[in-house]
Design a protein around this ligand. Structure first.
Ligand code: AMP
Length: 452
């Protein structure tokens, strides 16, 4: 399948070529032809599947074909009416989607804007009042602008709800309903969600008209090329364990998940004291601080990003070698979202989970969902018990019937090979005394390839 087979117009084909895409992803091949026909779409797809282009490309094409009445030479439209609204749960995701619209619409004349909370409203108001074709928004800030009469949704004829499950988890349902009540019923609607719990199905049946359902990747099938390991640790030993693990593990970029914002800050402080460059991203940070943390992580200035689930939703960052579940979550699907950040685009990745006594149930739920046993880290070739403690396997059978197990050590030769006594992997941040230290200035390390 080629992009040319999807009936996309030349400006869009040129844009995907400029973006370096060779072939459509599975979700793009499925959604684009249907969305071009104006059909409603219910898409089960998570970040990393190319879902943004799957809805953005047909939207741009439809809006470009359906231009407002021709203007005379040199005449500028006095006011553009808003024709497409995309709702997203977080500021970061909204920004990412707007950037994607810019990438794919670079050879068209459509105007787009993005609005989200946590930043000054005035510049957004100015942009909205000038008129835009496509608006990407988080629900709360959009409602703000609506009540200021900075934007009207009366002319919207394409609506997208992206990461709908996350929007519902975050309590946005009432906001979404208020927004929906202001959009004409006669419209095209696309709803994308990584999971399809009953609440999403109910919303879908309410707002979609005879939709076609497409499924990009089952949420319960995490990247095949991710290794899953678990560390048995008591709660108060997690911070030290994290330092030891980072010290002993060669990694490119590590994303650490904590349950709370406060917990994320504590972990960053602990890592910083140990000389590891780390930053946090969570809802209590200002938009600027979050953007700075993300930029530092994307460019390789920061080695470790500590995040809460909500703040990290939808983040598209390449080359994350390790996802570390500092705290496990009660929702096993969240594990799948988290590890979806590593092992992307065919690269291999590693997921490490810290399991305290009270987490056993959560661990089992995760294993049941993904049908993989998280192997105790003592089995990692080259494993060295963190300082000050003797690690023991988590007390349960290694492999239960019907489950796949980790496939064992990676064969790429750049990580954990060798025995626990001989070939201990070289710590990436070791100083002369074997302790961690900051990366020296000018260290030419791999940096991200797709900071969108
Ligand atoms: P998404 O799932 O929309 O967040 O996209 C994930 C990543 O895949 C983004 O970095 C996109 O730029 C990239 N991408 C989207 N479509 C393609 C494609 N057809 N070929 C290669 N990369 C793609």
């Amino acid at each position: 399948m080629r992009f040319e087979d999807l009936r996309l117009s030349k400006p869009l084909l040129d844009a995907v070529r400029t973006a370096g895409y060779e072939t459509p992803t599975q979700v793009q091949a499925q959604v684009i032809p249907l969305a071009l026909e104006g059909k409603d779409v219910l898409g089960c797809a998570q970040t990393g599947t190319g879902k943004t282009a799957a809805f953005a490309l047909p939207i741009i094409q439809r809006l470009s074909e359906d231009q407002p009445p021709q203007l005379k030479e040199g005449e500028r439209p006095r006011f553009r009416s808003l024709r497409c609204l995309v709702l997203a749960p977080t500021r970061e995701l909204a920004k990412q989607i707007a950037d994607s619209f810019a990438t794919y619409g670079r050879y068209t004349k459509l105007k787009r804007a993005v609005v989200y909370g946590g930043v000054n409203k005035r510049p957004q108001t100015r942009t909205l009042r000038q008129g835009v074709d496509i608006l990407v928004a988080t629900p709360g800030r959009l409602l703000d602008h609506m009540s200021d009469s900075s934007v009207s949704l009366k002319t919207v004829d394409i609506l997208v709800l992206d990461e709908a499950d996350n929007m519902l988890d975050m309590g946005f349902l009432p906001d979404i309903k208020r927004i929906l009540s202001k959009i004409p019923k006669q419209r095209q609607t696309m709803l994308l969600s990584a999971t399809m719990p009953p609440a999403i199905r109910a919303l879908a049946s309410e707002i979609l008209d005879n939709p076609v359902s497409v499924e990009a990747a089952r949420v319960s099938s995490p990247a095949e090329n991710v290794e899953h390991w678990s560390y048995r640790v008591e709660k108060d030993g997690k911070a030290n364990l994290l330092c030891s693990v980072l010290e002993a593990t060669p990694f490119t970029r590590a994303l650490v998940f904590t349950r709370t914002k406060h917990g994320a800050d504590k972990v960053v402080r602990h890592l910083s004291r140990a000389g590891v460059s780390a930053d946090a991203i969570h809802g209590n940070k200002t938009q600027n601080a979050r953007s700075r943390a993300l930029a530092g992580f994307r460019t390789g200035k920061t080695d470790v990003l500590v995040a809460t689930d909500i703040a990290a939703r939808g983040l598209d960052i390449d080359n994350i070698s390790h996802v570390i579940n500092y705290d496990l979550t009660a929702e096993p699907e969240t594990y799948v979202h988290r590890i979806g950040r590593t092992g992307r685009a065919g690269a291999s990745g590693t997921a490490l989970s810290f399991v305290s006594g009270e987490d056993r149930g959560k661990l089992r739920a995760i294993e049941r969902l993904i049908q993989i046993t998280l192997q105790p880290a003592v089995d990692i070739p080259g494993y060295v018990a963190p300082k000050g403690r003797e690690d023991r396997p988590i007390g349960r059978p290694r492999s239960e019937s019907g489950r796949r197990s980790n496939t064992g050590p990676r064969s790429d030769g750049n990580t954990r090979s060798g025995s626990s006594t001989g070939n201990r992997p070289k710590p990436r941040f070791a100083n002369k005394n074997g302790g961690p230290r900051r990366r020296p200035r000018g260290d030419k390390r791999e940096t991200t390839t797709a900071a969108k």
